[in-house]
Write a protein that binds this ligand. Structure first.
Ligand code: UFG
Length: 341
């Protein structure tokens, strides 16, 4: 029998790409989303790419415990990939209660439903934000987690702990936390991609919106950092590569190949890229000039972070494949697709 994966927040940016890769790897998928930060186009794109018209889709809120229980009653679920969460750093500082309530409650409800249904494999979508301003680079999974600088970052740390502690208390539940670095780009089909609401917070959507003329000028936040060109260093991971890491992790879980009942993996490329390098690469690969200026540092930004990916490479048999050029071309193709629809 095919294994069935529940993807919470499956209509969003990462969730939609992961759903495609899961279906293409032969999994059955149930997509659930409350549509609070996306529209139907992500799910429609998944159907178009995979040619599957009958993917179960449940519109529901993971903060509704009874609804989560009902979902587990209705479907036999072999693993949950839990994305359903708020993710805007700045908004979390302004509205911490909203972030704690949503991000913690939704995972609690998944954990409770897993327990009341005889156990489950749970893959949690965590972030490199847990490492803060790391003293040593690149960061390994053993690098210390530093006190979070935003409520959003804190919810990632608390959720990791909730999963770890639940796994320790209940042999029927296993967990993996994937710590993403900076996910960027879009599916090569340009049918799914990132859909920021309002002014983008993140670099690549801001770049593509500037290139298409939706924004007049990109502000590069800080050019006096102690880095080779003065701008921050990040580890930009292609969204399809990131999605493939989920398939590898979920397969390890459902095939019973985990070495511990709770495991953590960094998902990045292992390669630091500065903001200026990213901007130049975008200009070069897409043959255009971007209007940008240097602005003040953005409060809360770390100077540099990139991943040691050797654990994921070895244990998941996964490695990032797409080049930065391919990824940035896909981000631009997606922006043009959006402009044309
Ligand atoms: N940047 C700009 N101009 C912009 C947007 C971003 O110069 O308009 C710079 C930032 O200062 C930073 C780099 O581009 O140096 C990357 O910024 P992003 O906002 O794209 O990504 P972050 O590294 O800040 O954010 C990521 C994740 C968050 C996570 C955060 C924690 O997207 O989920 O790391 O540091 F919380």
């Amino acid at each position: 029998m095919k294994k069935r994966i529940l993807v919470s927040g499956g209509a969003g940016y990462i969730g939609s790409h992961v759903t495609v890769e899961l279906l293409e790897a032969g999994y059955e998928v149930v997509v659930a989303d409350n549509m609070s930060n996306c529209d139907r186009s992500g799910f429609e794109g998944v159907r178009q790419i995979t040619g599957k018209e009958d993917i179960p889709f449940v519109e529901m809120d993971f903060c509704d415990a009874a609804a989560v229980e009902r979902l587990f009653d209705e479907y036999r679920i072999d693993a949950v990939i839990h994305f359903a969460a708020f993710k805007a750093v700045g908004e979390s500082v302004a509205e911490p209660i909203k972030y704690y309530r949503n991000n913690l409650t939704s995972l609690l409800n998944v954990l409770e439903a897993a327990r009341s249904h005889g156990g489950c494999n749970i893959l949690f979508s965590s972030s490199a934000t847990v490492y803060g301003e790391a003293a040593e680079l690149p960061v390994t999974e053993q690098s210390p987690r530093l006190p979070a600088t935003s409520p959003y970052g804190n919810t990632k740390q608390i959720c990791e702990d909730m999963l770890r502690d639940t796994v320790a208390s209940d042999r029927s539940i296993r967990g993996i936390a994937l710590r993403y670095f900076n996910p960027i780009g879009a599916h090569p089909s340009a049918l799914i991609g990132e859909l920021p609401r309002g002014v983008p917070n993140n670099l690549v959507p801001y770049i593509t919106q500037t290139a298409i003329g939706k924004r007049s000028c990109l502000s590069i936040f800080g050019n006096d950092y102690p880095t080779p060109d003065g701008t921050c260093l990040r580890d930009y991971i292609d969204i399809v590569d990131l999605a493939r890491a989920h398939v590898a992790a979920v397969t390890r879980m459902v095939e019973g190949r985990m070495k511990e009942d709770y495991e953590i993996f960094n998902v990045g490329t292992g390669r630091p890229v500065s903001v200026l390098e990213l901007v130049s690469a975008f200009e070069q690969v897409n043959g255009l000039k971007l209007n940008y200026r240097f602005a003040d540092r953005r409060p809360g930004d770390v100077v540099a972070i990139w991943a040691d990916t050797s654990l994921a490479n070895r244990e998941l048999g996964w490695t990032a494949r797409r080049t930065l050029a391919e990824t940035l071309a896909s981000a631009w193709a997606w922006e043009k697709h959006l402009a044309g629809r």
